[in-house]
Ligand binder design. Structure first.
Ligand SMILES: [Zn+2]
Length: 332
């Protein structure tokens, strides 16, 4: 059952922010009572909008016409924030995979001066789970008692490790994976060239993370997947031409390298839809392309073949060979 929480809009200049109702509720309450914490930790899965939310909050606290969690998008502060030129919005991101002590020292020095022009300077420190111990130690005092008129927002992946000393000095705001509908809506809103079937497919693959889904989209995985399904559902023969097609596809698959597991996930989604089709149920996405003579047992065998291929990839077996064997088993 869906939670009956009214959706509080978080907006910068008219762009709605979907989902994350709990975060919206918590922060909207703090804003309305004037009790913002001085340091927040936004924690949740990758790609669910933590950084975007932080920018929204940064806009709201300095917007001259803010209404709850809605920033006007028109005032000078909003315009500067949208164009990325606000002098009182500071961003600290990992450099070569980690937040380093030099970055924190530089930040602390900047914070010792008053904000340039805004009521509140907002500091966004992304991916705090990548921070090394000594960098974390140097941040502790600032986190506990930031200089006046500074708001610190830290983000961390739920899978990453955040030091207890950091956590205890922040108010944690939990972020969650989005629903299929929310993810699909976000994808369609951000790319008007997407059709709704592809958006839903990407959303399913993204497992609640629009960020992850967009990554798959940029890498053209869905187009690749469609080509693969065409090959699997096409006529099976043993002519040289058809064998050649399979071998070529296996080579292209192997070239996907770290994206290959994502392609496997897509194929599993397809098999799941085919199975639902076998049992006379609708999968909810597009019409499933399948071969009518395949039975549910054969689909289960295909799932096993993918699991086997995944295991072999994990053991660093020859990638092209693994893909060739898999394709032949998927066509059976
Ligand atoms: Zn504004």
């Amino acid at each position: 059952m869906q939670a009956q929480i009214p959706d509080i809009p978080l907006r910068i200049g008219g762009k709605p922010f979907y989902g994350q109702h709990q975060a919206k509720n918590l922060l909207s309450r703090s804003l309305s009572t004037g009790h913002l914490a001085h340091a927040y930790l936004f924690r949740g899965p990758e790609g669910v909008g933590k950084q975007l939310f932080a920018r929204g909050l940064a806009a709201v606290v300095n917007c001259s016409a803010a209404d709850g969690l809605v920033a006007c998008g028109e005032c000078l502060s909003c315009k500067k924030l949208i164009s990325g030129s606000h002098p009182d919005f500071l961003l600290v991101s990992p450099e070569k995979g980690a937040i380093k002590i030099a970055q924190i020292r530089k930040l602390i020095k900047t914070l010792s001066f008053a904000p340039y022009e805004a009521k509140m300077r907002v500091v966004l420190i992304e991916d705090i789970h990548t921070m090394r111990q000594e960098a974390a130690n140097s941040l502790l005092k600032t986190l506990e008692e930031p200089p006046e008129n500074n708001l610190l927002i830290l983000t961390a992946d739920s899978a990453g490790n955040v030091l207890q000393t950091i956590m205890s000095r922040c108010q944690t705001i939990p972020f969650y994976g989005l629903t299929l509908e929310e993810t699909t809506t976000i994808l369609l809103q951000q790319d008007d060239t997407l059709d709704s079937d592809t958006a839903m497919l990407l959303a399913r693959l993204g497992e609640g993370s629009p960020g992850k889904a967009q990554l798959f989209h940029r890498r053209n995985l869905v187009d690749f997947w469609k080509e693969l399904i065409d090959l699997l559902t096409g006529p099976v023969g043993s002519s040289d031409k058809e064998l050649g097609k399979v071998l070529l596809m296996a080579e292209s698959m192997a070239a996907l390298k770290e994206d290959l597991p994502h392609l496997f996930s897509l194929v599993k989604l397809w098999i799941r839809d085919c199975l639902l089709d076998c049992y006379g149920q609708q999968s909810g996405t597009e019409a499933v392309k399948t071969r009518k003579e395949w039975s549910s047992e054969q689909f289960f065998a295909k799932l096993q073949a993918i699991n086997q291929a995944e295991k072999e990839l994990g053991r660093n077996c020859n990638r092209t060979l693994v893909c060739e064997v898999l394709l032949f088993r998927l066509r059976e």
